[in-house]
Design a protein around this ligand. Structure first.
Ligand code: ADP
Ligand code: MG
Ligand code: MG
Length: 883
C-alpha cells in the first residue's frame, strides 16, 4: 500500500476524505496546501504504519524508508535546502496527528536536523546566530524530552539558573553565546540522565523522532484518554514531517493561534493571539503575554500591547483572507495555527474549532444567512448536549471565586445559598423564602422534597449516576456529587474541608457544570434564550419525526417544559406529590393501615390533594396530552423514621404507636426494587389505584368544564410483567372512570397503557398490547432488570467497567442498544403486530441523551419524554436523527 502522502507548493496527495489514514492534522495540511495557501511542504506517514509498527514490535513495513527518503527529497527541492547539509540545512518538524483530536496527549519535535555543524550553517545563512542557537537549544530540549525521555523540568532548571546568574528575565534577552552555553549544559544533562549522547546524525534524529511519535500512541496518558473518550486503540496516529518555518527570527517574525470566529460569542471576526519572535507553543505555554490579533480584541482584553492589525497590517490582511478562504472551503469555523517568518505568513494547522453553545448557535444561524451552509447543515452543527450550558443560570464570569472543594459536575447550573444538612431543613428555609444548598453524604428518595426545595445539592459520596445526580438532573438543580474532600458532621451540623469548618447557615456557591464548590456568595447570570436558539429549534422541529414530551410532576416543571417546547407530559410520577409537606402523614397512614377500611380512611384525605394537583397540571398543559403513572415505588420509601414520625402517624390514624411500629416491620422488604411495587400494589390494594383514578378523572372533568378545552389523559400502569396484571388493573380503572364520567363532564378522553420496564413485558408485548393503548419504555428500570444491576449500587464497580472498556459508557446514561435496545425492538415489533396504532414512547433518563434519542428514532417510536431542561436537547437530537 501507499504509506507516505506529500503536500506542498499548491498540491497535495491527500484530502479530507482520508482522515482515517492521514489523521486530522495531515488532512488539514493537505487541504490547505491544495487550496494554494502558504503551507511549508512536507509529508504524512499514515496511521496504518503506526498500527503495523506496534504489531511488528517496532519494525516498519518494507519500502517505507525509500518512500520517506523520496518525499524528503521533494521537500528539499521545494525549499532549496538539504537535510544534514552544513551550509543550507533543511530543518523539519515531526508532528503527531490522530484521526480524533487528542490535545496534549502526543508529542511534536521542532527544528529537527540541527547538530553542531548545521547550526553554524543556519547562523550564517540567516545572518542571525542568536536565532540559530535558540532553535538548536529548543530542538535539544524537545528531542531530549520526547524522544530520549529526559523530563522537561531538567532543561527548564538549567535555563532558569542561567537567567538568574546573568540577571536576565526574558528568553528574548539571551544572546547567542548564552544559548551556546546552555546547549552544552543540556547535552551534559542528557548524557547524565540517559547514558547516551545527543544524536548528531539528522537521519537518526528523524527516525528516532518518528518512532517516538508512533510510540506515544500507546503511552499511558494517551491510552487513558482514548478510554475516556471512546476512541478505538486501533486507529493509530499519523506522523507529519514538515519543513520548518521560523517565528523566532526577530521582530518581524511571530507565531500565533486563531479562531476564524469568536469561539465564545460566535461573532464573525478573527479572534486570537500571537507572540513576536517566538516559536511553536510559546503562545500557549504562557511564557510571555501574547498580543491580540485585532484592535477590537486588544480593547476587549484591555491589552497594552499593540495588535497584529496595527503592527503587521499586511500579514494581518493576508491572515484575514485565509480565514474567509478556509471558512468557505470547510463551511465551518476553524481553529488555526500560523507562523510569520520575516514578514511572510505560513499556515501550520487547521481544524474545526471548539465553541460554546451560544457561539455554536450564532455561527450556525449566521452561516445560513451568509449562504455558506443550509438549514440541515446548521442543525448538525450544534451539539445537542451543549445546549445545557444555555438553559441553566451560570456564574458571572467576572466575579471572584474562592474554591474550597471539587467533585463531579453532576448537574449543570450554578447556585448560591445557605448550607443545610437535611431535606426538612431545606424545605423549611425555602418556605421562609431563603435559598438552601443541601449538603449530604448521599441522598435517597425521601430527600426528594428537600432536593426540590434546595437551589443546589452537594454530596460527598456517589458518582454521576448516584441518586443525587440523577434526581438533580431531572429537576434541573445544580449538583456537585462525590466531593470527597468534604466531610459532614450531621451531629454538629458542620462540614469541614482541609481545615476549613463551615456550619449550617453559612453561604456557599456551587457550579454543577465544573464540579466546584466555593465559599461565600458568587453572583450568577440568568440565561437568556437567544433569537438564534429559537430559529435553530424551529428548523429542528420542522424536521424531526419524534414527538418530545416532558417528565414533570409539578406546575413549575410543566411551565418550564412548555417554555422549552414540550408537546405534552410523557410521565407524571404521582408519588413525588406524596412527599410534599402535610401529605406524607396521610400517605404513611394509608400504607400502615392493616385493613382496607383503614386505608380508605387515609386515602380519602389524599384524594382532594391529588385532584387539586392534577387539575393544576391539566390547566397548565391546556389540552396537550398528559400521561399519569399510577403509584409505583416500593412502599418502604414512604415509611416513617424514628419515634417522632411514628407518633405523628399514630395520632393521625388514631391507633397506638406499638401498632404502627409493628406494621413498619411487616412492610419492610429485603429487596424493595423488586418488591411490592407498581401494579402489584394496585392489585393487592385496589383502593389506592381507585383513589388515583378518581382524582385524575375528576380533575380532568373539572378543568374541561372550566376551560372548555378537551383534556387528553393517559393512565399508565407501572411494573407490569404479564397481560393478566394489566387486564385486572385496566378493568378496575375503567369501572372507576365510568362511574366518575357518568356524573361529570363529557370532555374527558382517557386511555390506559403500560410501562415496559421488565424483560418479561418486552417479550410478551404482543399479549400485553391487547390491553394497552400505549407503551412507554421505562428504560431506567428496564436497564436495571435487563442487566440485573441496581442503579443505586452500580457506583462501586461501574467506573471500573467503564475504564476497562467492558461497557461503552454508563448504561444508565446512554441506552444499551445491544441488550436493552434489543428488548425494545422485540416489544415494538410484537406490540405493533397486535395493535398497529399502538403509541410508543420512551420515558427514562435516556430520553434526554442524544445517542439514545437517535436510537428511538431508528426504532420508529412515536415520542420520547425527558426532564424539562433536556427537552431542547431531545428536540435537536431528534432532528439530527431524522436528517
Ligand atoms: P499540537 O498538536 O500539540 O498542537 P503541533 O504539531 O501542532 O502540536 O505543533 C506544536 C507547535 O509547533 C504548534 O504551535 C505548531 O504551529 C508549531 N509547528 C509545528 N510544525 C511547525 C513547522 N514546520 N514550522 C514552524 N512551527 C511548527
Ligand atoms: Mg502539544
Ligand atoms: Mg497544533
Amino acid at each position: 500500500g501507499k504509506y507516505v502522502y506529500s503536500f506542498g507548493n499548491g498540491k497535495a496527495e491527500g484530502n479530507t476524505g482520508m482522515r482515517a489514514i492521514l489523521g486530522g492534522k495531515g488532512t488539514g495540511l493537505a487541504e490547505m496546501s491544495a487550496l494554494g495557501l502558504p503551507v511549508p511542504p512536507g509529508f504524512t506517514i499514515t496511521t496504518e504504519v503506526c498500527t503495523l509498527f506496534s504489531k511488528q514490535g517496532g519494525n516498519y513495513p518494507p519500502g517505507l524508508e525509500t518512500d520517506v527518503a523520496k518525499s524528503l527529497t521533494m521537500v528539499e527541492k521545494l525549499t532549496g535546502a538539504r537535510f544534514g547539509n552544513a551550509h543550507r540545512p533543511l530543518l523539519v518538524s515531526v508532528r503527531s496527528g490522530a484521526r480524533a483530536s487528542m490535545p496534549g496527549m502526543m508529542d511534536t519535535v521542532l527544528n529537527l536536523g540541527l547538530n553542531d555543524h548545521t547550526v553554524r550553517g543556519l547562523a550564517t545563512q540567516s545572518g542571525d546566530p542568536r536565532f540559530a542557537y535558540d532553535s538548536y537549544r529548543r530542538f535539544i530540549q524537545m528531542f531530549g524530552d520526547v524522544v530520549m525521555g529526559v523530563d522537561h523540568h531538567h532543561f527548564e532548571d538549567i535555563l532558569d539558573k542561567h537567567k538568574k546568574v546573568c540577571g536576565l528575565s526574558l528568553d528574548t534577552e539571551l544572546t547567542a553565546q548564552d544559548w551556546q552555553d546552555i546547549i552544552c549544559e543540556y547535552k551534559l544533562k542528557i548524557h547524565e540522565q540517559t547514558g547516551r549522547d545527543f544524536p548528531q546524525d539528522p537521519r537518526m534524529q528523524l527516525w528516532d523522532a518518528i518512532a517516538a511519535v508512533f510510540r506515544s500512541w500507546t503511552n499511558a496518558r494517551a491510552v487513558t484518554y482514548r478510554r475516556l473518550h471512546n476512541i478505538p486503540n486501533n486507529w493509530g496516529t499519523a506522523v507529519n514531517v514538515q519543513a520548518m518555518v521560523f517565528g523566532n527570527m526577530g521582530d518581524d517574525s511571530a507565531t500565533g493561534v486563531a479562531f476564524t470566529r469568536d469561539p465564545a460569542t460566535g461573532e464573525n471576526a478573527l479572534y486570537g493571539e500571537y507572540l513576536v519572535n517566538a516559536q511553536g507553543e510559546d503562545v500557549v505555554a504562557g511564557i510571555r503575554t501574547p498580543q491580540q490579533l485585532t484592535v477590537a480584541g486588544r480593547l476587549a482584553h484591555r491589552s497594552k500591547l499593540p495588535a497584529m492589525e496595527e503592527v503587521m497590517p499586511e500579514v494581518f490582511q493576508e491572515l484575514n483572507a485565509v480565514r474567509h478562504n478556509l471558512e468557505k472551503h470547510y463551511g465551518d469555523m476553524q481553529d488555526i495555527e500560523f507562523t510569520v517568518q520575516r514578514g511572510k505568513l505560513y499556515m501550520l494547522q487547521t481544524r474545526v474549532g471548539k465553541r460554546t453553545a451560544s457561539a455554536a448557535l450564532k455561527i450556525a444561524c449566521d452561516m445560513v444567512d451568509e449562504g455558506v451552509i443550509n438549514e440541515d447543515q446548521a442543525i448538525m452543527r450544534v451539539d445537542p448536549g451543549s445546549l445545557n450550558q444555555l438553559l441553566h443560570p451560570t456564574l458571572d464570569p467576572k466575579a471572584e471565586r474562592q474554591i474550597i472543594a471539587r467533585g463531579l459536575p453532576a448537574s449543570p447550573g450554578a447556585a448560591s445559598g445557605h448550607i443545610v444538612f437535611s431535606a426538612d431543613e431545606a424545605e423549611r428555609l425555602s418556605h421562609a423564602g431563603e435559598k438552601a444548598i443541601l449538603c449530604r453524604a448521599e441522598t435517597s428518595p425521601e430527600d426528594i422534597h428537600g432536593m426540590h426545595a434546595a437551589v443546589g445539592i452537594v454530596t460527598t459520596r456517589g458518582g454521576m449516576t448516584s441518586h443525587a445526580a440523577v434526581v438533580a438532573r431531572g429537576m434541573g438543580r445544580p449538583c456537585v456529587a462525590g466531593a470527597s474532600e468534604i466531610s459532614i458532621d450531621y451531629k454538629a451540623s458542620t462540614l469541614s474541608v482541609r481545615g476549613l469548618v463551615l456550619k449550617e447557615g453559612d453561604l456557599v456557591t456551587l457550579d454543577g457544570g465544573t464540579g466546584e464548590v466555593m465559599s461565600g456568595f458568587v453572583p450568577t447570570i440568568e440565561p437568556e434564550l437567544s433569537e438564534d436558539f429559537s430559529r435553530l429549534m424551529g428548523w429542528a422541529d420542522a424536521r424531526r419525526k419524534l414527538g418530545v414530551l416532558v417528565n414533570a410532576d409539578t406546575p413549575g416543571d410543566c411551565r418550564k417544559a412548555l417554555e422549552f417546547g414540550a408537546e405534552g407530559i410523557g410521565l407524571c410520577r404521582t408519588e413525588h406529590m406524596f412527599f410534599e409537606a402535610g401529605r406524607i402523614i396521610a400517605v404513611r397512614e394509608m400504607i400502615l393501615a392493616n385493613s382496607e377500611e383503614g386505608r380508605r380512611k387515609a386515602l380519602a384525605k389524599v384524594l382532594p390533594m391529588q385532584r387539586h394537583d392534577f387539575a393544576e397540571i391539566f390547566r397548565i398543559m391546556h389540552g396537550l396530552p398528559v400521561t399519569i403513572r399510577l403509584l409505583d415505588p416500593p412502599l418502604h420509601e414512604f415509611l416513617p423514621h424514628g419515634e417522632a414520625e411514628m407518633n405523628e402517624v399514630a395520632d393521625a390514624a388514631g391507633v397506638s404507636v406499638e401498632l404502627v411500629r409493628e406494621r413498619v416491620i411487616k412492610v419492610r422488604e429485603v429487596n424493595p426494587m423488586l418488591g411490592h411495587r407498581g401494579c402489584r400494589l394496585g392489585i393487592t390494594y385496589p383502593e389506592i389505584y381507585e383513589m388515583q383514578t378518581r382524582a385524575i378523572i375528576e380533575a380532568a372533568a373539572i378543568v374541561a368544564k372550566e376551560t372548555g378545552v378537551n383534556v387528553e389523559v393517559e393512565i399508565m400502569i407501572p411494573f407490569v410483567a404479564m397481560e393478566s396484571e394489566l387486564r385486572i388493573v385496566k378493568e378496575h380503572v375503567d369501572s372507576v372512570a365510568k362511574d366518575v364520567l357518568m356524573d361529570e363532564g363529557k370532555n374527558v378522553h382517557y386511555v390506559v397503557g403500560t410501562m415496559i420496564e421488565l424483560p418479561r413485558a418486552a417479550l410478551n408485548a404482543g399479549k400485553i398490547a391487547r390491553q394497552a393503548h400505549f407503551f412507554s419504555f421505562g428504560t431506567n428500570d428496564l436497564t436495571q432488570t435487563t442487566f440485573g444491576l441496581s442503579r443505586d449500587d452500580a457506583g462501586s464497580f461501574l467506573p471500573t467497567y467503564e475504564n476497562r472498556g467492558i461497557v461503552q459508557g454508563d448504561p444508565f446514561v446512554h441506552l444499551d442498544v445491544e441488550g436493552v435496545g434489543e428488548l425494545m425492538r422485540i416489544a415494538v415489533e410484537r406490540g405493533r403486530k397486535t395493535r398497529p396504532d399502538l403509541k410508543l414512547c420512551l420515558c427514562g433518563e435516556h430520553g434526554g441523551d442524544s445517542a439514545s434519542v437517535k436510537f428511538c428514532h431508528e426504532l420508529g417510536l412515536d415520542c420520547v419524554s425527558c426532564s424539562p431542561y433536556r427537552v431542547p436537547i431531545a428536540r435537536l437530537s431528534a432532528a439530527q436523527a431524522a436528517l
